[in-house]
Design a protein around this ligand. Structure first.
Ligand code: ADP
Ligand code: MG
Length: 339
């Protein structure tokens, strides 16, 4: 009997890995936005067609890539962001796995255009299903544009699994909002089917919040800040009267990375106790700054979950910060629970 085990060809290995990274159009958008930010962009344009099923294009004015790096960027585990295992403990960039572009190129038709400022010409690459179809010099503006077309064109089962356009578009808008909130100093625009959804100019966080959620938030924002040796909390909470019965306007960022945490969410709700009804959710956009060695962002492949080594301290600081913000702004109970 001959031996049976073989190494998977790259294209198949990438397609399997893509299952982890790219569940739907919005997860690809997240990766592309994060790459733009990691590249130091100050302006990022997003163009979406058919809720991202037909096209997601992200154009940035960041540092661009050399021709060799452009080709390398599609290899799995290819990254410019970490070099040693020590670096894993002090990650300051979004990316570090070197999997995103390889995964996206495994399950879509990708066109990359990139140019470094100092180079005269840029590089154009077409790649689909992990196969490079074209690589050539191209005249283009400094920065990088990645177009992802026909997501899951070669994985019909997953393409069929995508939800309706309104549902996929909602995920895209959510992802866009999270990144835009975390980087108010960067200009972001979002177009869908040639309609402008957002055009957010660089500015302060409060301006960004108003740009995203609307003018009526202007009068509702209460600044919130608490600085401790272990963790800093900064951002805005909404006044109690702006609390809603639906969720979706609660945002935590840890070192500028959006995270989900029902435990920390509870810390905020708890501070609002008696100011809002138990079934209401306060608006908040809170940024936690914490030494990267005290957190592990690696617990989940899509990286929205996080482990703190001292969760209870973080909880206490957030609760205190919100309580103090409410107190400092003389926010008094608007509701009478005695009746
Ligand atoms: P990671 O971000 O984890 O390193 P990616 O697959 O997302 O992995 O990207 C691979 C590499 O390609 C990055 O490390 C970076 O060097 C380069 N790259 C990707 N997108 C851009 C971009 N928009 N601008 C400049 N370089 C980029
Ligand atoms: Mg990346």
């Amino acid at each position: 009997m001959s031996d049976l085990i073989q190494l998977l060809p790259d294209a198949i290995a990438n397609q399997i890995a893509a299952g982890e990274v790219v569940q739907r159009p919005s997860s690809a958008l997240k990766e592309l936005l994060e790459n733009a930010i990691d590249a130091g962009a100050t302006k990022v344009q997003v163009i979406v067609k058919e809720a991202g099923k037909q096209l997601i294009q992200v154009i940035d004015n960041g540092k661009g890539m050399s021709a060799t790096d452009a080709r390398m960027s599609f290899e799995r585990h290819a990254t410019s962001k970490i070099r040693t295992s020590q670096d894993l403990f002090s990650i300051r960039t979004f990316g570090f796995r070197g999997e995103a572009l390889a995964s996206i190129a495994a399950v879509a038709q990708v066109e990359l255009k990139t140019r470094r400022n100092a180079d005269e010409l840029g590089t154009l690459i077409h790649i689909e299903g992990s196969e490079v179809k074209k690589q050539e010099p191209v005249a283009t503006t400094p920065g990088t544009s990645v177009s992802m077309k026909n997501l899951f064109f070669n994985v019909p089962a997953r393409r069929n699994f995508l939800k309706s356009n309104p549902v996929e578009m909602r995920h895209i808008v959510e992802e866009f909002q999270r990144v835009a909130l975390a980087y108010s100093e960067i200009g972001f625009s979002l177009m869908q089917n040639d309609m402008e959804i957002y055009n957010l100019l660089p500015g302060k966080l409060s301006q960004r919040i108003v740009g995203i959620f609307g003018k009526n938030y202007q009068s509702q924002l209460v600044p919130c800040e608490e600085l401790t040796p272990h963790v800093n909390v900064k951002g805005y909470i909404g006044k109690p009267e702006s609390a809603k019965k639906t969720r979706g306007e609660q945002f935590f960022f840890v070192n500028n990375r959006y995270i989900k945490s029902s435990y920390l969410n509870h810390a905020v709700s708890n501070a609002f106790e008696n100011l809002i009804q138990p079934d209401q959710h306060p608006f908040y956009v809170l940024f936690l700054e914490i030494d990267p060695s005290h957190i592990d962002i690696n617990v989940h492949p899509t990286k929205t979950e996080i482990k703190f080594d001292d969760e209870r301290t973080v909880y206490a600081v957030i609760r205190a910060a919100v309580k103090q913000a409410l107190g400092a702004h003389h926010v008094v109970p608007a509701l009478d629970f005695s009746v």
